[in-house]
Structures are given as C-alpha cells and as structure tokens.
Design a protein around this ligand. Structure first.
Ligand SMILES: [Zn+2]
Length: 290
C-alpha cells in the first residue's frame, strides 16, 4: 500500500485510521438514480463499492513535510470519542492511527500545523486526546487552522444543541480553550509553498489545501469530493452536504482547474492508494490512481 510519495520538494505521507465499507452508496448519494449507479458499477466495483453496495472509504490524515513545516491535513475520528449515532466511530481504542503516524517518522510534537478542512467528526477527532479525563491537544506544538466562518457556524450549533454535536465539544472547543487555534480565511496563504483554497458547499466554509511549487504540487481535497462517481458527475451531492448545489460548483471548478495537469490529487476518503490525477471524461472527469 502506497503511503508515502515525494512531489518536488515536499513529502506526503498518508496516515490511515480506517478503511472499510461504511455507507450504502444509494443512501450516501440519495439523488443518484439507481440505473445510473448500475451503469457505473463496472468500474466502481469492487474497488470503490463492495458487493453489498457499500462505499469503501478511507479515513485518513495527510502529513505534508515542506522545507519549513510539518503539516497534518485533517485528523480523522480519534480514540475514546462518544459517537453513539455512528457505531464504526464510537469509542474507538485502536492503535492503528498512532502507529501509522509513527511509521511516517512523525511524533505528535513534530506537527507545526493541523489544518482541518472542515469541522465534521471524521476530520477533527485526533485534534484532542483524553488525559486524566480531560480533552487536551494531541499535537502540543501545533497551531490548529480553522476557517473563521466554519468555527463560528459549529460553535453556535453546539451552543444550541450541545448533546447533538459531541465532536465539537470534545475535539474542537478544547483547542479553542487551549488557545491553539489560528483562525483564518478559507483562502489563507501560509507561505509561498502552502495555501488554502476555498471549496465551500459540503460545509459552510470548507477549504482544501494546495502545497508545493507550481508544476510540482499536490492538492488535498478534504471532503470537496468523496468518491470518483462525483468526478464523473460533479453536481452529485451527498447526504451531509450543507449546500449540495454550491458543493457541486466548487467540485466542478476544482476538477476543471486540475484536469490533465500534473497536480497530485490527495483525496480524503477514496480507498487506497487515494491519490491520483484528474482526466477528462465526457462532461465530467475521471480519476487515475497513481
Ligand atoms: Zn469526511
């Protein structure tokens, strides 16, 4: 399984927490016509959709090492988190994530920035770890980059319904309280090698991350896309989108921008190897795995 790749001056490691069939494709993409799904099964199965019709998804972080910084893009589900509505993410006690982080040659103290593309439970979990009954930052030296409107949206939602958003309570607000947040605009430029690209729609102020020099770069999608069926049909929304129409506009713009270029697309949820390049496919786009 490919977990490490070098692109120009940057090194990228995948840190996988889970990879398994999770959601029924028909429910995940509720507006996808059954006959269209059927038509595409020949290339989607068995790699992206298992025989029972479930999407095979990876839950992972990307570690990006540049000459200046070590950056973690997204932080998965985390251990010991109460997620009663999502059994595969409830009270995890797996050593897999920490083992894979160590295998990437990274200690928790080495991470300079944690970038959360958005504040859904599978992208913020390892922001914190349990320490004598308290949630403390997992990465003690990191600044955590959140988009300002994203944090504002979820903070308000948690205030209105604390019991309903445990991932904000245990994995986002403790970072705010510990003063580890760097609040940014979703088009923030960190330096000449790393910038955020706004990709709103899946969440209110979702961003993706572009790293490396032009022509030798990589794009970290976050959840602007979940499956290659959304490259084939960029306007196809998924059940948890904040605004599926806007998500479709963001997705098509990004796929068009990187279509037939050398930019390595690092997908958050595509199954291993999760990385590849965008090609044209009729009115939509294809995904060519590395
Ligand atoms: Zn996600």
């Amino acid at each position: 399984m490919t977990t490490q790749i070098t692109v120009g001056d940057i090194t990228i490691h995948r840190v996988v927490e889970q990879e398994q069939p999770i959601f029924v494709a028909k429910e995940f993409f509720s507006t996808l016509a059954p006959e269209v799904l059927e038509e595409n099964l020949s290339w989607l199965a068995p790699k992206f959709i298992d025989p029972s019709g479930k999407l095979i998804l990876c839950i992972q972080s990307y570690v990006v090492k540049t000459q200046h910084h070590t950056i973690l893009v997204d932080s998965c589900v985390g251990n010991h988190k109460e997620r009663p509505t999502r059994p595969v993410w409830h009270r995890l006690t797996s050593a897999r994530y920490e083992k894979n982080l160590a295998a990437a040659g990274v200690g928790v103290g080495d991470i300079d920035y944690v970038m959360c593309t958005h504040l859904h439970p599978d992208h913020v979990g390892w922001n914190t770890r349990l320490d004598s009954g308290r949630w403390v930052p997992t990465f003690p030296n990191a600044k955590y980059l959140f988009a300002d409107r994203e944090l504002e949206f979820w903070t308000q939602k948690e205030k209105d319904n604390p019991a309903g958003l445990p991932w904000i309570t245990d994995s986002v607000l403790p970072i705010v309280q510990a003063k580890r947040v760097e609040l940014v605009k979703s088009n923030h430029r960190l330096n000449e090698l790393v910038e955020l690209i706004p990709t709103p729609g899946h969440s209110i102020d979702h961003f993706s991350v572009l790293a490396g020099k032009a022509g030798q770069d990589a794009f970290f999608t976050g959840d602007m896309i979940h499956s290659p069926i959304q490259a084939r049909y960029p306007e196809l929304g998924m059940f948890a989108d904040y605004d599926s129409k806007q998500a479709g506009v963001s997705r098509r713009a990004i796929l068009e921008r990187f279509c037939d270029t050398s930019t390595l697309m690092c997908m958050a949820h595509f199954p291993s190897p999760s990385m590849g390049r965008i090609t044209r496919w009729g009115e939509g786009f294809g995904f060519e795995s590395i």
